[in-house]
Design a protein around this ligand. Sequence first.
Ligand SMILES: C[S@@+](CC[C@H](N)C(=O)[O-])C[C@H]1O[C@@H](n2cnc3c(N)ncnc32)[C@H](O)[C@@H]1O
Length: 284
Amino acid sequence: MSARSTADNRDQIAYWNDAAGATWAKLQIVLDRQVEPLGREAIRRLAPRPDERILDLGCGCGQTSLELAAEVGPSGAVVALDVSRPMLAVARARARPVPGAAIEFREADAQVEPFAPAVFDAAFSRFGVMFFADPVAAFGNVRRALKPAGRLAFVCWRTLEENDWMRVPLEAARGLLPPPTPVDPQAPGPFAFADAARVRRILVDAGFVNPRIEPFDALIGGTGLDETVRLLCRVGPLGAAMRERPDLLPAAADAVRAALSPRLGPDGVRMRAAVWIVQAASGP
Ligand SMILES: C[S@@+](CC[C@H](N)C(=O)[O-])C[C@H]1O[C@@H](n2cnc3c(N)ncnc32)[C@H](O)[C@@H]1O
């Protein structure tokens, strides 16, 4: 893959092959459980059909690739792309025992992968498209791989402030952490697509037509208190801060546990997630 990667995405490729990728690979089962309703809503809007060829962008550990493969059936195909070797290894292991799953997991940078033109019916992503150094180039590359009237659907986060699932643990631990360094809100990262007007501009500049960007809110979670604390101290903005200061992890975990306890119900800890479900077409 390295020959096809741009220098631009090098930082993200290193990030997803280093601590972040290893963490996601290790926590795959519990993470999937949290975000699967959000991915399923985006798949529902994509409306995959039997026999279709679908791209899964930034497929990670492959949950949505398996779900898409079930929809297109054995005569369809899913090409699932990711830059993270540890996450692709989990995805391949999960897909191996599934009979008839026509999935190719490919280690590739979606921004520069030299796809054959006009071969896919649709492209999908669950939280895998906010990390491109040049989003217009990346979406342009994906659009050219779609057939005429090809469909795009993805789910991405709205703002951190609207997402209790990440905001509450971060705020709980804030007093323990060094002051945050200001970041460019449009820099590659989980919240890079929080501004719907920006997402629309990117898609239009990349040649997509009829962009539709709709808010979707859901209570997500469903895992026990211990498991949720363990997860939310290792992913998202708090997880990133903890990787910088692992010595603070025990105190942060105590603070997060106190903040999450009131949200524990009979079906685990549940918190609000706020996302955009984005759809567009590749054009005539
Ligand atoms: C937040 S994770 C989401 C993973 C998966 N879609 C899920 O929902 O579990 C983001 C994923 O995007 C991948 N990614 C980041 N930049 C990429 C790029 N340029 N091309 C392909 N994948 C990329 C990362 O390696 C990571 O697996």
